[in-house]
Design a protein around this ligand. Sequence first.
Ligand code: SF4
Ligand code: SF4
Length: 375
Amino acid sequence: MTTDSRRRDEPSGRPARQAILRGVAGKARFFHALVTSKIMRRTPPLFLYWFVTNRCNFRCSYCYGSFHSDQSPDLPTEVMLQMIDEMSHAGVKRVNLLGGEPLMRTDLGVLVDRLVSRKISVCVLTNGSLLGQHFEEIEQVDEVGLSIDGCEEIHDAIRGRGAFRALTRAIASLREKRITVVLTYSMVVGNIQELDFVMEFARRQGVYVTVNVAHGRVFGTEDVPVTRASNDAYRAALQQIIKYHERGYPVFRARRTLELMLRWKDYHEDTSEIPPTRDYPRCSFGSYAATLTSDGTLIPCFLNSRGSAGLSVPEHGFSRAWQHCRQMAHCTYCHVPCFIEYNSILDLSLPVLLNAGMNLCVRPLFAKPRDLEAR
Ligand code: SF4
Ligand code: SF4
């Protein structure tokens, strides 16, 4: 692992700014590749969700997989590195690493180093519990997404004792390095009442917050019910979040995305073939974005790829797996905010692009370490 290019080793006073500039350059490369592809009518896989492991050290009640009991082995490091080289060649510009818990992989730093060296922008989605031991592994990433469920009592009840303290420690370490932090708050029956706490907490900590309406279980076979709240409760919460957005709280998603979420008819149905409104973004997964599962299979989307099987990248190579993925069936509309937002960006929606540009480029470049707190 090449630690000497990491943020902590750069000359005093410059590391954070250099890292932020590198992040901005990554977003510019993504945008340039997107616009060029649209003009040239090409469809490279610009963006990937990559499940780097199925293992997880938590057992959250509303988890979308049965990761805690998953014994499937991770792919070896050499195979992962080969896949990175191939995905870079195929045109991937942005990867969100997730799991399970990605930091369960002890080679995560090696993978991040290779991704960064291939000029691929990286975000890690983690429960934060292992960051203390493995902070060095992710120092080069552009953003970190951390889960939050509410105040310490609620968060620990869902995720396990000590989880909230680990979260606050993780936020402090990331803020010190000026890595952009986005808290992910998935609203379920047991924590939807925590919205005000989560918004205030994010404001005080100087980090962004994004909200999810819980979706169904997509990995694993265990029959654990997703404790979704009622449609009315979700609508009330989303209206409240839009008000927080107006008041300048650090809500990560564009107002446009929140409004589109609000127009969803039934939050107990994750997907639909009929758009709630004519201007709802159509799915770009399978044409500009995809999911790589922990065994190396490439499919359009982990939430709904209609049961059709993708090809294994280690077996068939990334380019062939992508050609196959483009032919695979999947749904066309969903209420998941990160998907709405990625689909809007891939559709060149101006309000969503501007919001992302402000949050990920402009604010990090000009913010003092505690600027968000002053909102
Ligand atoms: S931390 Fe994430 S992957 Fe692990 S059990 Fe909780 S929700 Fe599932
Ligand atoms: S609309 Fe697209 S992003 Fe949303 S669940 Fe379906 S396939 Fe996934």
